[in-house]
Design a protein around this ligand. Sequence first.
Ligand SMILES: C[S@@+](CC[C@H](N)C(=O)[O-])C[C@H]1O[C@@H](n2cnc3c(N)ncnc32)[C@H](O)[C@@H]1O
Length: 339
Amino acid sequence: MKMAFTECDDAGILPADHWAAQLELSVDKNLSDSDKESTISLYPSIFKYRTIHGRTYHPETTDAQYWAANDKAQRESMDLNHHCFTLGLGGKLYVAPLEQDTCRTALDIGAGTGIWAIDFAEEFKGAVVVATDITPVSPSYVPPNLTFEIEDCNKEWVFPDDHFDYIHVRWMIGSISDWERLFRRAYSHMRPGGWLETHEASAFVESDDGTVPETSALGQWGKIFAEGGRKVGMTFSVYEDDIQRKGMEAAGFTDIEVKEFKMPIGSWPDDPKMKEQGTFTQAALEQDVEGYILFITNALGWTRKQVLTWIKTLKREMRSKKHHAYYRQRIVIGRKPEA
Ligand SMILES: C[S@@+](CC[C@H](N)C(=O)[O-])C[C@H]1O[C@@H](n2cnc3c(N)ncnc32)[C@H](O)[C@@H]1O
């Protein structure tokens, strides 16, 4: 039976055609010819990277499954996100109580563009820093104490046991097949007394005043990721299920501390600091919403045209300042006990 335009499915997701109806864009004159291509499923590419509708994803050489694009547009968005996160920490890169003379070996898991690892290696010049990812990175400048390695963190780690003084894991939502196993590995490869620090976000966009209803494009974001993640077999409920704290406790970490943040989306907050954060969060999203959403909506069977129409609504909502949107972010740190 065909659903009415405003009727959600069992997962709470509005039908993909809803957004065209809402925007009265059943024929969108602004879409280019390539945008009008009919949808196709994720298919193996003859190129180095997997591709979906012209966007590139992680290399074919790994069986890892990562949901965001890895091309220039997405890398620029990741760098803007890095700025948002450090703004949220008052310019700091970490919250663990690290000291220059005891932090000699550090690992950044899923380093993305490497921007965090580069800044960290610059700050901790006496430390040997390793940054891993499934996609190769080629920053124009790499400090001499930093190396990048291609590693799938869901597989056995190649590093020695009892080795790292600090392990940093940021925004790996939707990328980890077994979080507790990841934390157990971090524990094994960490020197006694070393710190693990994880930063993860909720996929759900909320408001405190009802200005982000579930049926808005912003309000649908989390539902789309929850359902798309279920389809591709990766969880996006790291925040909701309190996976960081529970997994770190189960792995044996102690001295666990939890910090909660609300990250505004858009320039709607009155508070100047929050306004700045929200402006950059919006900029990061606007830079490449498509690169975040295409893989997941592809798994849900949306056409590219449907995705672009939804994105248009999302951008309109973010720019309007009427939607007082934010997402939640949680930082959890824990220590491997001294032997
Ligand atoms: C959202 S980005 C976060 C990047 C970086 N941690 C940051 O906060 O700026 C997630 C990164 O994890 C990488 N990734 C995904 N699955 C991975 C895996 N199984 N092993 C290692 N890296 C992975 C992706 O390629 C991507 O660069």
